[in-house]
Ligand binder design. Structure first.
Ligand code: PMP
Length: 413
């Protein structure tokens, strides 16, 4: 088994030391955390940013003129600029803070979708979508008489782009697909998908929940109309997300929620709405978590996304080789381009049993349908065991997973 660390493009021990949660025992064994696609752990600078905010300058933003309010506002807006740079968005006004990818997608469905789509229009999603990029469109479609169509998934877990082209027509108004699949790891060729959708006159939303911690994102190069992500999947806090939208679209869309902050003037007769991005940020936002998101982005940027991606690729390759060659293992999703997600089934063993036995050995993996039931249906399975890797994982931990799976096989034989 491989234990060399010579090709790691950064100091893995220093990185691990930044994530205090990793240094603990679960069921008497050192924790191996392989549930990073569900949520990533938080480095000390993120935890400290949260603490510093609450200890030092908690105040409501934008409205106050006292010193604490000004500092809180400055840090909140600095984080918005950090997100702009992270996505290479043209301007900070096109960055809207939400509660997560789920809210970002619902916002687009309920504002752009509700306002601009009419009966008979079509929305194209894909067979690889998370439920949060299916259900919001279904809710809208049910109300407005829209049709939802899904791009089929090929046997290797890639999207069938040939069929996609044939699905596009003048009825297609929205195309909503993920940049990377959370259950199979497939990286979708979103630049190509966007170009084809645009040629048919549709706007495109990209669900970047999984891609954002692994791939360099450039919304201008992609020409994405909307791009959604969650802070907790990029080493930031939970309950916070981002919606990037092109200015012209955001300006044309009605607001999502009404309340304080999103208005210019309110009388009982009429309300005028605030400028971007505040039009979409009603109420007191998640200030502390927004402030801490900048610490997460700074952390990733310092290590460098290409370095992180290169290392995660090594982890994925090694895990794919080691686990793929085990008797009775069927890998689900073998796309040519993948983020570091390995999904598999073990013949004759329920995925929940695998999860429980691995947990007894201190190994945290995800089991089930991963909020992608249509993917499971496509492969005629109930669920998978999913190991997903982050920058702080090691080859030695993958060896432990392999040993853990061997134990599962022995116990369940
Ligand atoms: N899309 C994808 C591809 C995801 O992996 C997830 C989270 N598992 C979501 C959307 C939803 O993200 P959140 O729960 O943070 O809103």
């Amino acid at each position: 088994m491989m234990t060399t660390t010579s090709t790691i493009p950064f100091d893995i021990e220093r990185i691990r030391a930044d994530f205090p949660i990793l240094d603990q025992e679960i069921n008497g064994r050192k924790l191996v955390y392989f549930d990073n696609a569900a949520t990533t752990q938080k480095p000390i600078p993120v935890i400290e940013a949260l603490m510093n905010y609450y200890r030092g300058y908690n105040a409501n933003i934008h409205r106050g003129i006292h010193t604490l309010a000004e500092k809180a506002t400055a840090d909140f807006e600095a984080s918005r600029r950090a997100v702009r740079d992270f996505l290479n968005a043209p301007s900070a006004e096109e960055i809207i803070f939400t509660s997560g990818t789920t809210m970002s997608i619902n916002l687009v469905a309920q504002t752009y979708g509700r306002h601009f789509l009419k009966e008979g229009d079509e929305i194209i999603i894909s067979g690889l979508e998370h439920h949060s990029n299916i259900v919001p469109w279904q809710m809208l479609a049910g109300e407005k008489g829209l049709t939802i169509r899904a791009i089929p998934v090929l046997e290797n877990g890639e999207l069938d782009l040939y069929t996609f082209e044939g699905m596009l027509s003048e009825r297609t108004k929205i195309v909503a697909v993920n940049h990377a699949s959370n259950s199979l790891g497939t990286v979708n060729p979103v630049k190509e998908i966007i170009a084809k959708a645009h040629a048919a006159g549709a706007v495109v939303l990209i669900d970047g929940a999984q891609a954002s911690s692994h791939l360099d994102i450039d919304v201008q190069d992609l020409d994405a109309d909307f791009y959604a992500l969650s802070a907790h999947k990029i080493y930031g806090p939970t309950g916070l997300g981002v919606l990037y939208g092109k200015r012209a679209l955001l300006e044309a869309m009605p607001p999502y929620m009404g309340g304080g902050e999103m208005i210019k003037e309110v009388t009982f007769e009429k309300t005028t709405y605030n400028d971007l991005p505040y039009k979409f940020e009603a109420g007191t936002p998640n200030i502390a978590d927004v402030v801490a998101l900048k610490a997460a982005i700074d952390y990733i940027t310092k290590i460098g996304k290409p370095n992180i991606a290169a290392y995660e690729h090594q982890l994925l390759q090694y895990a794919t080789e080691q686990i793929g060659q085990m008797d009775g293992i069927r890998l689900i999703g073998q796309a040519k381009e993948k983020i570091s997600v390995l999904s598999f089934v073990l013949e004759g063993v329920h995925h929940q049993d695998i999860g429980i036995i691995l947990d007894q050995q201190g190994i945290a993996v995800r089991t089930g349908h991963h909020c992608t039931q249509p993917v499971m249906d496509r492969f005629c399975i109930l669920g998978t065991t999913r190991a997903s890797f982050a920058m702080y994982n090691t080859m030695e931990e993958i060896d432990k997973l392999v040993a853990g799976l061997q134990r599962v096989k022995k116990l369940m034989a």
